[in-house]
Design a protein around this ligand. Structure first.
Ligand code: DLZ
Length: 158
């Protein structure tokens, strides 16, 4: 799994559960769209690469990362959804709201996961700059979206 010294996409895929019949929702924030689109692609492609079916992956959009919690809740409460992946990017240099948004989404996503007893994955980048974000969205540090998808599958394997 990721650390500051490892490529974010460098992960172990041993002992993963069969996800060919599992249903996923990916909730994507529209803020910093260039970054969140790359994260989404990473997550989607990784789910497919590990056996998920395209028709079992539902994508929904929310305006910003602050709204990821409610988007995740609406997906988690659906009976057929096994896991939810939240994709967002909050860039510190661009907003005084940074701490509020990051705290809110981290707590919100945690609460949804515990309330619905389903994996709800925090695929949210919180970099200082857009370059740092792009480095982690398909750039030199890999793609955090890949890792979010693997995390979802690993949590379904528990
Ligand atoms: C308002 C805002 C700002 C300034 N910056 C970001 C950001 O960097 N990343 C992000 O995902 N969302 C941002 N937002 C929007 C908030 O998440 C939210 O959509 C609005 O405050 C409306 O609730």
């Amino acid at each position: 799994m990721a650390s500051s010294l490892k490529n974010l996409s460098d992960y172990s895929t041993e002992n993963l559960v069969d996800v060919s019949k599992r249903r996923f929702a990916i909730v994507v924030s529209e803020w910093n769209e260039e970054v969140t689109e790359s994260l989404y692609s990473g997550a989607y492609d990784t789910l497919i690469a590990h056996g998920a079916k395209a028709e079992n992956i539902l994508r929904v959009a929310v305006p910003g990362s602050f709204e990821l919690s409610l988007g995740a809740q609406k997906m988690a409460q659906k009976e057929g959804i096994d896991a939810v992946i939240c994709i967002g990017c909050v860039i510190q240099g661009e907003t005084k709201h940074f701490d509020f948004i990051c705290d809110a989404v981290a707590h919100g996503i945690t609460n949804v996961s515990l309330k619905y007893d389903k994996p709800v994955i925090f695929g949210v980048l919180t970099p200082n700059t857009q370059k740092q974000a792009l480095d982690r969205a398909g750039g030199k540090h890999g793609n955090k979206g890949d890792e979010a998808a693997i995390t979802a599958i690993k949590m379904l394997s528990l």
